[in-house]
Design a binder for this molecule. Structure first.
Ligand code: UT7
Length: 330
């Protein structure tokens, strides 16, 4: 039971997980060449900044990566699974059509006291959405310690005959424990969606009538996504700063969704942030969709770059179209 309603939530610990198989551009290009698909390390690096990504083994699901990341986050927070009273998993590559990946994570972590567990589907903005949901539930007193996880096995939905998408994505998971606190913590959040743009980034296939109806692979109009992304990432950053009563100069670190280095450079330029204040992992992870922000955040915390007390702006954009930001004091 929670005695009084807390005013804030704050990050008590972070964790992440990457599958061991690392595939660099040269190896991927060689594999694609065997299928008659022409690409190169030079093209991928120049257009995206990606040099390598990790691919999960066939038997490894999003929940397996989520559980590894969650264990690290729990350890960093000094908490046990039994302390958790909310699990929110952001994923677009769930283990099953149903039940939710969050309930599978709950089972694998041995959390048996009946806390709520739910998935959030906002594609690459998923972790921003999931954090906002958990923050709201903590501030209303419905939860005290929430596990918020982004976990993906995008390699499962890539069409390796489509060079315009298959070189971009990778697998991984990141997690945070968000805990009730008398001090912030999360300063402000900002979420948006615009369903008019759903066709430019989608995986339209569904399980129905005993098979998959429609295309089971990711499709993207890269240029259309790029144009929309640079605009909305600037506007959500400005809005979340305004909501929190902070300025661009208050930002110690920007942890953006890791889709393309050129999008990150553009956002940094617009916010007048030098690139050495931007956490970049896209070169080593590729785009891990909902996992990319918590993965990058955890790496930066563990390497000592992001420190306690730093002001951090998280922001993401993805299919739907969805976008949003979280501003926090770590
Ligand atoms: O996570 C959700 C958010 N997603 C994103 O933010 C992705 C946003 N979009 C992008 O990052 C970029 O648009 C891409 C990286 C996807 C593509 O970069 P681009 O600079 O927009 O390239 P493009 O689509 O204009 O393609 C340029 C050329 C084309 O050839 P032609 O028509 O000029 O002859 C493509 O066919 O590059 C060709 N191309 C490739 N060449 C070698 C496309 N993919 C490849 C490839 N290897 N893998």
């Amino acid at each position: 039971m929670i005695e009084s309603t807390p005013r804030h939530s704050r990050i008590a610990g972070t964790g992440s997980a990457l599958p061991p198989r690392r595939v660099d551009n040269v190896e991927l290009a060689a594999e694609l060449a065997e299928r008659g698909i022409d690409t190169s390390d030079a093209w991928i690096v120049e257009r995206t900044g990606i040099r390598a990504r990790h691919f999960a083994a066939p038997e490894v699901n999003a929940s397996d990566l989520a559980v590894q990341a969650a264990r690290h986050a729990l350890e960093a927070a000094g908490l046990q699974g039994s302390d958790i009273d909310l699990i929110v998993v952001a994923t677009s590559t769930p283990d099953m059509t149903f039940p939710s990946t969050a309930t599978i994570v709950q089972r694998k972590l041995g959390i048996v006291h009946g806390c709520p567990a739910l998935d959030v589907q906002a594609v690459c903005s998923g972790f921003i959405y999931a954090t906002t949901v958990a923050d709201a539930m903590i501030r209303t007193g419905s939860a005290r310690h929430a596990l918020v996880i982004g976990a993906e096995v995008f390699s499962r939905i890539l069409n390796f005959d489509d060079r315009t998408t298959c070189v971009l994505f990778g697998d991984g998971a990141g997690a945070v424990v968000l805990s009730a606190s008398d001090t912030p913590g999360i300063l402000a959040t900002d979420l948006h969606a615009d369903g008019r743009h759903l066709d430019i980034l989608c995986t339209p296939g569904v399980v129905a009538r005993g098979g998959v109806l429609g295309d089971p692979f990711l499709r993207m109009d890269g240029q259309a996504v790029f144009k929309l992304a640079v605009g909305v990432l600037e506007s959500t950053a400005r809005t979340v700063l305004e909501k929190a009563g902070r300025r661009e100069t208050d930002i110690d670190w920007l942890v953006p969704h890791q889709a393309n280095i050129r999008i990150m450079q553009s956002t940094a330029r617009k916010l007048k942030l030098p690139m050495d204040k931007v956490i970049v992992t896209v070169d080593r992870h590729g785009n891990t969709s909902a996992a990319s922000i918590p993965l990058a955040f955890d790496e930066a915390v563990r390497s000592g770059r992001i420190q306690r007390g730093d002001t951090v702006l998280l922001e993401g954009v993805g299919g739907g179209f969805t976008w949003g930001a979280v501003l926090l004091d770590f």
